[in-house]
Design a protein around this ligand. Structure first.
Ligand code: NAD
Length: 312
């Protein structure tokens, strides 16, 4: 056991990202998966992703590529993965029963009291994943934003029984690896990020499906308008400086905001002819067979913005 070991359970998209983030800061990562072939391809993919970052000088590490790779090893034995780790990040598929079962197995392996149990779940509240655990007082959600290497924010969500000391340890570790943690005071569906995204999608769907605006204009409103603020500040800060402080802004615009909110529709699934038209428009924009290119396009811009923000 070292004070430097991080256990990553599940070596898919998110598990690989966490592995790279920790290894880039010099932690010894042990990556576990049930499928040996998956571990093999995960290592190849990690190597390819790191090579691309280092080639473009976009790595978030003072270590060499070889050093970072040397900090990641793999295993198909869960006990070997978690034993001696100071922090366990579970990244198995988004399935409540599967996650509960994996955590029960980890809980059965004796681990010292200060080990943090963290799940990457996108949407399941932590109480529903940890009520059955002996060590549930150290369990929490650590939800990364995709892609975690380019998106520093991590949501830490405690269950009602999570000890503040465990959250403090997770927060400190996130800061060491260069992520920017936010801590919720209590759990709620969607946490913070997915709730805000759901609200945005809700009104965007109304504007497009009821034909107030075409998709291209809707997307432009975000990328050329709102996005400029939100890359640097949040909605309340925007209001606060938009007038003579929040009270003044609220006095001037509060009723208008409420009036607009009253015209929001009820939640609904995005389907029917409007969804088909939306699909066609998006296909024209980025055909399905070009999605990987579009992802790289996004990642290059996100890298550049992140670097710029760190310099400003
Ligand atoms: P994924 O399907 O890419 O990877 C899951 C991995 O878990 C696979 O390699 C699979 O072989 C492995 N696995 C399956 N059963 C296992 C078990 N019993 N023990 C160990 N490993 C097992 O999924 P992903 O996109 O990496 O998502 C993982 C988690 O992260 C999910 O909870 C997801 O909601 C969450 N998340 C996803 C994103 C995203 O954008 N994809 C972002 C944030 C959080």
């Amino acid at each position: 056991a070292t004070m430097n070991k991080i256990a990553i359970v599940g070596s898919g998209l998110v598990g690989k990202s966490w592995a790279m983030l920790f290894a880039c800061s010099g932690y010894d990562v042990m990556l576990y998966d049930v499928i040996p072939d998956q571990l093999q391809s995960a290592q190849e993919d990690i190597e390819a992703q790191l090579s691309a970052l280092y080639k473009e000088g976009l790595q978030r590490s003072s270590l060499t590529l070889a050093e970072v790779k040397g900090h990641i090893c793999t295993t198909t034995i869960l006990e070997e993965c978690v034993t001696g780790a100071i922090y366990i990040q579970e990244c198995v598929p988004e399935n409540r029963d599967l996650k509960r079962d994996v955590w029960r197995q980890i809980d059965d392996v004796i681990t010292p009291d200060d080990v943090v149990f963290a799940t990457s779940t996108s949407a399941i509240v932590p109480s529903l994943l940890s009520d059955h655990l002996k060590k549930r007082h150290r369990f929490m959600v650590a939800h990364p934003a995709n892609p975690p290497l380019l998106n520093p924010m991590v949501e830490l969500v405690p269950a009602p029984w999570t000890e503040p000391a465990a959250v403090d340890r997770a927060r400190a570790l996130m800061e060491v690896i260069g992520q920017v943690p936010i801590v919720l005071n209590k759990e709620i569906d969607g946490f913070v990020q997915a709730r805000i995204q759901a609200a945005i999608i809700h009104v965007a769907w109304q504007l497009v499906s009821e034909d107030y605006v075409d998709v291209e204009s809707l997307e432009t409103a975000m990328s050329e308008g709102l996005g400029g603020w939100y890359a640097f500040m949040g909605p309340f800060d925007v209001e606060h400086i938009n007038a003579n402080g929040f009270v003044d802004s609220n006095k001037k615009y509060g009723a208008m905001v409420e009036q607009v909110q009253k015209t929001f529709p009820k939640p609904e699934l995005m389907q029917g002819p409007a969804a088909e038209k939306l699909t066609r428009d998006l296909e024209q924009w980025t055909p399905s067979n070009r999605l990987a290119d579009r992802c790289r396009w996004r990642d290059r811009r996100m890298s550049a913005l992140l670097q710029l923000k760190r310099k400003l």
